[in-house]
Design a protein around this ligand. Structure first.
Ligand code: BG6
Length: 533
């Protein structure tokens, strides 16, 4: 039994005694036969505060505040919980409460319940100030102290840095100065949540890691890659390691290639400043796509714990190889004006705030290898792009063709590779594609699909990634958070790509099409083609 489970157990009884805890029947909670390591039962964190820096930002309004409401609505917040906002606004608690209410009402996943909000809103506080304002941070520290007495938060606090990375140093220094990061004096745990991007390249990621590790102990640092919070991504581990069916064929003997796609129909959605300095490879490939690749390719962890899983992912990330010929197997593109869902959309360079001669890519694709016995020789094609025909993220494992077919060539003309496709989003689920006889007197074999759809198989809706991840931070469960070594290993893959691309113009593609021609050519060179998801 892990510490986390012990804590969850203790918290549940606390929540019960406060009369405000999870909705589980009391008999179930006190059942002496219950396995305390059973994670199917709600895990409720210890009393704590969540401090959010950058509360007025997009991420906070669209994801964090709604996720906190959803957690409250699901009975998963501790009875003694406080939400603290910090921003440069001349606001009082009430102003922040209104912003949070509006954000939650607009973006929450679960239905609106005024009573839930009333309970939560009594615990919402705001501290006004800029990041270089010592007085404001002193006030934040004393507010936390007051909450310990008034709200019973016991010195437990998580600090969510929903701010540009350039602001990290000053905020971390303030936390160090005011000893807010110090869990030895706080009398409870102190954790920090860092949003991606974790740096811009390997040296800056290392500098950032050193900075964070100077202020917080390594176990108290939670780096968010929200893709790991998605149910379908976690299901990848269930699919691979809870079943006997797939693992025997999950290797170079049977797998022809793997395609990982994260396509978006949206453009840069008003984030020109961030996006133009970042580009698709740093924004998505370095983190989301390499994490999906690591989960797809990793060995079975010795146990289902944060350390064991992260160790296996790290081994994969370290074994990734780039193609020798980057000009043939790495493609970056930039969208031009085009049509999407019947609407004319502007090109990347015409987006507000983007320089007219920008060389930033909105599409990136590359062929990667993994130098291990399991994967030697199997290409992993990964791609991401904005303004593609539709929003879809999937991992497709394409199997080798049968070594011998006892049918005539014309019988199997339309038979492709067997495929296992993990649909991360939307239409969450798994598709298995294989050949089947077409009904009739002839022996004609054609591809058919067998589908598992989350929406049909389960009555319970999947939580939003941020609900799961915020809850895990409060529980101290780091399973779904990349370790700094993973971040650094990922930059080791991306840095040479960026260096290669630096001087090149991205290849144009029309908005609403599946990326630049060069990307199709890349696969054609290997006698393959991209799946049309
Ligand atoms: C973010 C990227 O990490 O992920 C965005 O910065 C991207 O550019 C977003 O749009 C996509 O997330 P999701 O969950 O909608 O696939």
């Amino acid at each position: 039994m892990s510490v986390v489970d012990n804590q969850a157990e203790a918290n549940q009884s606390e929540a019960i005694s406060a009369g405000d805890g999870p909705t589980m029947p009391r008999t179930q909670r006190s059942n002496p036969l219950r396995d305390p390591g059973d994670r199917r039962l709600p895990r409720v964190p210890e009393p704590c505060a969540l401090v959010v820096f950058g509360v007025t930002g997009d991420l906070s309004r669209k994801k964090l505040l709604p996720a906190i409401y959803d957690l409250a609505n699901r009975g998963l917040l501790p009875a003694d919980f406080a939400l603290l906002g910090f921003a440069r606004r001349d606001w009082g608690d009430g102003d922040f409460e209104s912003l949070a209410r509006k954000a939650a009402k607009e973006h929450a996943r679960t239905g609106w319940d005024e009573e839930v909000w009333e309970r939560l809103s009594g615990n919402i506080k705001f501290v006004a100030g800029s990041f270089d304002d010592d007085m404001a941070f002193d006030q934040l520290a004393s507010t936390l102290e007051e909450l310990r007495a008034s709200h019973g938060i016991k010195g437990n606090a998580a600090f969510y840095l929903s701010i540009p990375p350039t602001m990290f140093p000053v905020v971390l220094k303030q936390m160090e100065r005011t000893r807010m990061a110090d869990n030895s004096t706080a009398g409870g745990w102190r954790r920090v949540v860092v949003e991606k991007p974790f740096g811009h390249d390997l040296p800056s990621a290392k500098a950032l890691n050193t900075l964070v590790d100077d202020v917080f102990t390594a176990d108290d640092v939670f780096r968010i890659d929200h893709y790991l919070g998605k149910e379908t991504v976690q299901n990848l581990m269930a699919l691979r390691f809870a079943n006997q069916l797939f693992e025997p064929v999950w290797n170079a003997n049977y797998v022809d290639s793997v395609q990982i796609t994260m396509a978006e129909d949206v453009g840069i959605a008003g984030r020109a400043g961030f996006y133009d300095a970042t580009g698709a490879a740093r924004d998505v490939l370095q983190n989301h796509l390499l994490q999906l690749l690591a989960l797809t390719a990793m060995e079975e962890p010795v146990e289902f714990t944060a350390d064991a899983i992260r160790t296996e992912k790290l081994k994969v990330l370290r074994a990734i190889t780039l193609p020798a010929d980057l000009s043939a197997y790495a493609v970056r593109g930039q969208y031009e004006q085009g049509w999407l869902a019947g609407e004319r959309v502007r090109g990347y360079r015409a987006e507000e705030g983007v320089p007219a001669d920008s060389k930033t890519e909105s599409y990136a694709a590359v062929r990667l290898g993994i130098d291990t016995r399991r994967w030697a020789g199997v290409p992993f094609y990964v791609r991401t792009g904005k303004r593609l025909p539709r929003r879809v993220t999937e991992i497709a494992v394409l199997f080798k063709k049968a070594p011998h077919l006892p049918f005539s060539h014309t019988d199997t003309e339309e038979l492709g590779h067997n495929q296992l496709v993990i649909r991360v989003q939307p239409d969450e689920g798994v598709t298995l594609k294989f050949g089947s006889k077409v009904p009739g007197s002839m022996m004609e074999v054609r591809d058919v699909s067998m589908d598992f759809l989350y929406g049909e198989a389960f009555t319970e809706a999947s939580p939003e990634a941020y609900e799961r991840l915020i809850l895990d931070v409060m529980l101290g469960d780091a399973t779904l958070f990349p370790r700094n070594e993973e971040v650094e290993a990922s930059w080791r893959v991306i840095d040479p790509l960026e260096a290669f691309w630096q001087e090149q113009e991205p290849e144009p593609y029309r908005a609403g099409e599946w990326g630049p021609k060069g990307s199709d050519n890349m696969l054609a060179r290997d006698g393959r083609s991209w799946r049309r998801p």
